[in-house]
Ligand binder design. Structure first.
Ligand code: CO8
Length: 261
């Protein structure tokens, strides 16, 4: 697939989506959002794709935010609302892809960059990565879900601090507060993301789908409703040939051969 600002590559069941405007630290402009939508729609519909990795081109930046020139040019309230809706729509597509998405955060993840990483299900970061929601310094606020997903990931107090001070935090601090799952030296980041993808792909494919859906949907429910959902998803996972194969393989001390059935 040829896209202007995004590289899309599929290998061994892993789709790697690379935002590719390194001269402006991979800032998200309208073209980039359209390209990302096309890439993620392909990853969603292509059956061989089991896991997606999202990363940035170059060694300095994952995504340094929405393109500030485009924010400056917004004419009025309606244009700004449409701008936020487009970005939020893309991030919802990523979060609800139905397949695990790993963000390999290889540098700055600021503003829309931090927001897009938070729509991914797992965040791995390089040691030089920096996270932040600096929008208030520009006289705006996060508009691609930053105020909502950050709060859900790190809690209200830390989300308020990051959104109000606009301060950047490094990868170690991001890991400490639960924004990042794991931190790696820059040269090892993509390899680590691929290893994690392979680990996920070695498990029951339907079980992966149900587990992801149960966590994501359950997080928006009361505990009682979430447990109900989990019970339904557990039963659905049991109602598969993969459950017979997985449990039989364990008891026969061999590797399972899952068929996603
Ligand atoms: N937009 C456009 N251009 C950018 C952006 C950006 N977000 N970030 C960096 N660039 C450009 C710079 O202008 C520069 O271009 P040039 O070489 O032509 O001067 C080039 O990238 C390299 O950047 P720097 O020279 O600044 O590199 P430094 O290493 O000195 O600094 C920083 C790196 C700290 C990352 C710095 O570039 C920076 O602060 N960037 C802006 C970060 C930011 O504020 N991001 C948030 C943007 S707002 C946002 O994301 C809102 C999302 C939701 C929108 C919803 C609205 C409705």
């Amino acid at each position: 697939m040829q896209l202007e600002n995004v590289l899309y590559e599929v290998q061994d069941g892993i789709a790697t989506v690379t935002v590719n405007r390194p001269k402006v630290l991979n800032a998200l402009n309208a073209q980039m959002l359209a390209d990302l939508r096309q890439a993620f729609e392909a990853a969603k519909s292509e059956i061989p794709v089991r896991v997606v990795i999202l990363t940035g081109a170059g060694e300095k930046s994952f995504v340094a935010g929405a393109d500030i020139g485009e924010i400056k040019a917004l004419e009025n309230y309606e244009a700004a609302k449409a701008f936020a809706d487009t970005g939020q729509g893309l991030l919802n597509l990523i979060e609800q892809l139905g397949k695990p998405v790993i963000a390999a955060v290889n540098g700055f993840a600021l503003g829309g960059g931090c927001e897009i990483s938070m729509a991914c299900h797992i965040r791995l970061a390089s040691e030089n990565a920096k996270f932040g929601q600096p929008e208030v310094a520009l006289g705006v606020i996060p508009g691609y879900g930053g105020t909502q997903r950050l709060c859900r990931l790190v809690g209200k107090a830390r989300a308020v601090q990051l959104c109000l001070t606009g301060e950047m935090i490094d990868a170690a601090e991001a890991k400490r507060i639960g924004l990042v799952n794991q931190v790696y030296p820059q040269g090892e980041l993509l390899g680590a993301a691929k290893e994690m993808a392979k680990t996920i792909m070695s498990k029951g494919p339907l079980a992966i789908r149900y587990a992801l859906a149960a966590v994501l949907r359950g997080a928006e429910l009361t505990l009682a409703d979430g447990l109900q959902l989990e019970g339904d998803m557990f039963a659905a996972a049991c109602d598969t040939e993969d459950r017979i194969e997985g449990t039989t393989a364990f008891l026969e001390k061999r590797k399972p051969d899952f068929k996603a059935k």
